[in-house]
Ligand binder design. Structure first.
Ligand code: SAM
Length: 326
């Protein structure tokens, strides 16, 4: 098989790059209440180092890149990295995951630099609940960021909602309705146990989310053109927006996994839910060549685990989600 594939013959064509562990929110499902210790700045890859990894990975077969964090927009000069990544010819899908707090400031610049689309994390449409879930964030900033992304032509915009019992689960239908009234593309995500959080206690399976949406009509399966990852997509009759479901807990999609992750401190992580990582940073800083980097990436990919084992109780308790890159 040409391109990059792992030892189970899964094609690996998607790289998620975390550019920082810093975030301007403290979402309850992502960070523990006591906060997290931050990586020293010197441990964080420079844009040039990230570019080297992305270029080598693209020459091996990576065609999709998503920039994430932490909150990627808190890192200074992010459009400069986007411009570097957009200049790699093999990459045909370049996107960003953001909480959109700073997006109104950067949307046009990011688009001009070559960013194609954004996923925006938004868990509630209620300002007070937003403050509570994000531990202090302002919903209005997100809505302004979303409008700026639309105006800049970053498209499609996908809205990620992590559903939590006793918190935002009563808004499932409200988010579903937005796909009809406002053409939103909403993805309902099962809350994964991760790090030092209490996520197991608030877990809502997608089967329940689907039941909550029944009042809005019958969901018809639909194909989605770009960036179709693990979500299954549907549409309400007549809606211009779509509904997606991401089921990492109740129905894993590991056998179709095509991803690699690069953490902000330069580790290749082969699976979000397995803690093993391969260090690239020291090699990058001791003059590794492009060919050596490609060999290292290929060796790392060969060790990609077949699947996670949340059901068997193997929960990654080491790094918080914000340090791994969502
Ligand atoms: N700060 C950016 C943002 O908020 O989109 C990017 C990083 S964030 C870690 C990426 C995504 O991970 C977000 O959509 C967030 O909702 C999701 N996420 C974080 N913790 C999660 C968890 N325990 N279960 C499911 N999704 C989670």
């Amino acid at each position: 098989m040409s391109g990059l594939s792992d030892s189970f013959n899964r094609p690996i064509n998607y790289l998620r790059i975390s550019v920082t562990d810093r975030c301007n929110l403290r979402c309850v499902y992502c960070m523990p209440a006591e906060g997290v210790s931050l990586m020293p700045h010197s441990n964080i890859l420079t844009y040039e180092e990230i570019y080297k990894v992305a270029k080598a990975a693209a020459e091996l077969g990576i065609t999709k890149v998503r920039v994430t964090g932490g909150e990627p927009l808190v890192r200074l000069g992010l459009p400069e990295l986007i411009r570097l990544l957009a200049g790699i010819p093999e990459i045909d899908d370049l996107s960003l995951t953001t909480n959109a707090i700073l997006l109104s400031k950067y949307a046009a610049e990011l688009k001009a630099a070559g960013l194609q689309r954004v996923n925006i994390s938004l868990d509630t449409l209620d300002a007070a609940k937003f403050r509570q879930i994000s531990r202090g964030g302002n919903l209005d900033d997100v809505l302004k960021g979303m409008a700026a992304a639309r105006a800049a032509g970053l498209s499609p915009i996908k809205i990620n909602m992590v559903v939590m019992a006793g918190s935002n689960e009563n808004e499932i239908a409200d988010f579903g309705r937005k796909t009809i009234t406002d053409g939103w593309h909403v993805r309902f995500i099962e809350c994964m146990p991760f790090g030092k959080t209490e996520n197991e206690a608030v877990f809502v399976p997608v089967s329940k989310i689907k039941r909550e949406l029944k009042s809005l009509g019958k969901l018809e399966p639909c194909a989605v053109k770009k960036g179709n990852g693990p979500a299954q997509y549907f549409r309400f009759p007549g809606a211009s927006g779509t509904v997606g479901f991401i089921t990492p807990v109740s129905e894993h999609f590991c056998f179709g996994c095509n991803r690699l992750r690069l953490t902000a401190d330069g580790k290749l992580r082969l699976c979000l839910l397995h803690e093993e990582e391969i260090d690239l940073r020291e090699r990058l800083r001791s003059g590794i060549t492009n060919n050596e980097l490609k060999t290292l990436i290929k060796e790392a990919v060969a060790s990609k685990p077949l699947r996670h084992n949340l059901a068997g109780g193997q929960v990654p308790r080491g790094r918080p989600f914000s340090q791994v890159g969502g």
